[in-house]
Design a protein around this ligand. Structure first.
Ligand code: ZN
Length: 173
């Protein structure tokens, strides 16, 4: 950083204090070359992450949108809003720490599926069927495979078959 008056890079901090409600640090500096004083602000860059959809379009990652999707999937299921908020926050933290600038929408979807799998099997099946556009057993199996790969286990075969047939009947009605 250069002194705005003379361009020297030699300067020191006289005073440092929080600014913008604690979101930034304001530093009063003195140039060692021209002895004039100036102020700098240091603030974290607002993180941005764009979700790349299947058709190639992009939109900003939105935790609220993820949460809304999960709330819909958990309709009439015994899942608290608090646990859904926790899930949405975990997903947000995970995608921001794993990806920079852009994340494929499938990566977000997989994480939602994994979170729902851990919370409620019916909600998980419901989301997986909608998320993958059509309700086929293959898709459910694929979603299960992804969850198993992430260490989330799977429902037993009887439970799974019942859920799939219930879901399939419901979706054609
Ligand atoms: Zn200077």
């Amino acid at each position: 950083m250069r002194c705005p008056f003379c361009g020297s890079e030699e300067h020191h901090v006289l005073d440092s204090r929080p600014a913008r409600g604690g979101e930034a640090v304001r530093r009063r500096r003195e140039c060692e070359a021209c002895l004039r004083r100036f102020t700098t602000f240091e603030a974290p860059e607002v993180p941005r992450l764009l979700v790349v959809k299947r058709d190639g379009t992009r939109e900003e990652f939105d935790r609220e949108k993820v949460l809304r999707g999960m709330i819909v999937a958990c309709g009439k299921r015994p899942v608290s809003l608090e646990s859904l908020r926790d899930s949405a926050e975990r997903i947000e933290r995970d995608v921001y720490s794993t990806f920079e600038d852009e994340v494929p929408s499938g990566e977000v979807g997989e994480r939602v599926i994994a979170e729902l799998m851990a919370l409620d099997t019916v909600a998980y099946i419901r989301f997986a069927s909608v998320y993958r556009q059509f309700a086929s057993v293959d898709d459910f199996a694929e979603a299960l495979r992804l969850c198993a790969a992430r260490g989330f286990g799977r429902p037993n075969a009887t439970q799974y078959d019942r859920l799939v047939s219930t879901e399939a009947a419901g979706s054609t009605a």
